[in-house]
Design a protein around this ligand. Structure first.
Ligand code: RNT
Ligand code: ZN
Length: 417
């Protein structure tokens, strides 16, 4: 499509939206400011740079599409390319296993800021802000229980790891002048039934209290809830109820991963309740298929509803958006771009909802009118606004990013074997 056509289509769309009380320029300004935390683990199937353990902890990547990033340089090269195809400035979400260890063994209870200094420098040079994650999976001490383990030796090992992660996050946040959001997700649970459901949760809460004692103003901690993991089907210590209760009482940020609930549960509906009781939300936008399968995020009803609910609950400013999927069966860079752009589309779609008018209808009990406008809003010229957003940002419009990724595959990815 020619630039002129894209601009013309946008002008028409702008008028149509204005007629229902929506300011598209304002929506685009807000989308421009909306940062998405790109999950570094999409580049390499959650392997990281320790290379001593297979992926464990109830999560799994499937597929062996060629081109996985094998080291820190390849991860960075891929990310630098990814940036060229996505409009706006974004963040990078780093896991503790992605430290710059220089090929030396550094155990998880030994990691320091120095192992992440090159990430801090890289992020600065690439105009990205960093977020962080403790990594308690894929390690000889992972087992079924980490922070909730009754064995003090194992528990203390993971407490030490998580405390260090918070300090590393604090250093990242201070260096970038913006809080680094650090997620704690532990897979703790059991494959078969347990008669100690309460005990492990008590221990988990105690470990978290210990970890959170240190006041670190450069970072914010969040805790991720989960339904179950592979091989841990019967019980999850950090269930939704646990995490919601813990975050509400400790005033901690709740991490909502869209793959971590019952398949028929309306995850979007949780937003309005959680925001009443927790200070902020961290989102892991994903796409579960039958289970927490971490398929590439797309613009589907679940993701659209998630962002609509956030806006309706005035929660966009209290939510940090991150991605969490890992598909090893297709071009990984393509997966990155499709998922990130889909997330932007869903945010934009929420920003373009004629909310003022819908609220007026609802206040007056005009429920037919509300239904009609919600329905008609679906076929408004949304695509023209998104195209213009990409054009303005000088990144490929529409499917034009496909050849760019094919070229990168030919020049770079296919040479990794
Ligand atoms: C696992 C959680 C967690 C991980 C990453 C790698 O089910 O979603 O967020 O995916 O930390
Ligand atoms: Zn997640």
């Amino acid at each position: 499509m020619k630039d002129e056509q894209i601009k013309k289509a946008y002008e028409i769309a702008r008028e149509r939206y204005a007629a229902i009380g929506v300011d598209t320029d304002k929506a685009l300004d807000q989308l421009q400011k909306t940062q998405i935390s790109l999950h570094c683990w999409q580049t390499d199937d959650v392997v990281g740079f320790e290379r001593n353990e297979a992926l464990s902890g109830g999560i799994q990547t499937t597929g062996n599409y060629p081109g996985r990033a094998r080291n820190i340089d390849e991860v960075r090269k891929d990310l630098e390319f990814v940036k060229t195809l996505i409009a706006g400035d974004h963040r990078l979400n780093v896991h503790a296993i992605y430290g710059d260890f220089g090929g030396k063994p550094v155990d998880r209870d030994q990691i320091e800021v120095s192992h992440f200094q090159s990430w801090i420098d890289w992020a600065k040079a690439n105009n990205m802000k960093l977020d962080f994650n403790s990594s308690s999976f894929s390690h000889p001490k992972s087992g079924e229980l980490t922070l909730s383990n009754p064995d003090k030796g194992i528990r203390d090992f993971w407490i030490e790891h998580t405390k260090r992660c918070r300090r590393i996050s604090d250093a990242m946040g201070k260096a970038q002048g913006d809080p680094c959001i650090m997620n704690i997700w532990v897979h703790d649970g059991s494959k078969d039934m347990t008669v100690e459901r309460k005990r492990y949760r008590e221990i988990f809460a105690e470990s978290l209290d210990e970890i959170l004692k240190e006041d670190l103003p450069g970072m914010k901690t969040c805790l991720e809830a989960k339904l179950f993991g592979i091989g841990l089907e019967s019980y999850t210590v950090g269930s939704h109820d646990f995490v919601a209760g813990y975050c509400a009482t400790r005033k901690l940020m709740y991490t909502l991963d869209t793959g971590h609930y019952e398949m028929t549960e309306n995850v979007a509906d949780m937003i309005a309740s959680l925001l009443l009781f927790v200070p902020e939300l961290m989102l892991h936008v994903s796409r579960p298929i039958r289970w927490d399968s971490d398929h590439v995020t797309i613009m589907n009803d679940q993701t659209l509803d998630l962002f609509k609910e956030l806006r309706r609950a005035d929660g966009l400013s209290r939510a940090h958006i991150g991605l969490d999927y890992f598909d090893a069966s297709i071009n990984r860079i393509g997966a990155y771009i499709v998922g990130t752009r889909a997330t932007q589309k869903c945010v934009l779609s929420a920003l373009l909802e004629p909310l003022d008018k819908l609220r007026q209808y609802e206040d007056k009990g005009q429920n037919f009118e509300r239904l009609a406008l919600i329905e008609e809003a679906k076929s408004m010229p949304f695509g023209a606004v998104f195209d213009y957003f990409n054009l303005k940002n000088n990144v490929p419009v529409g499917e034009d990013f496909i050849p760019a990724i094919q070229q990168y595959e030919k020049d770079v990815l296919s040479k990794r074997c």
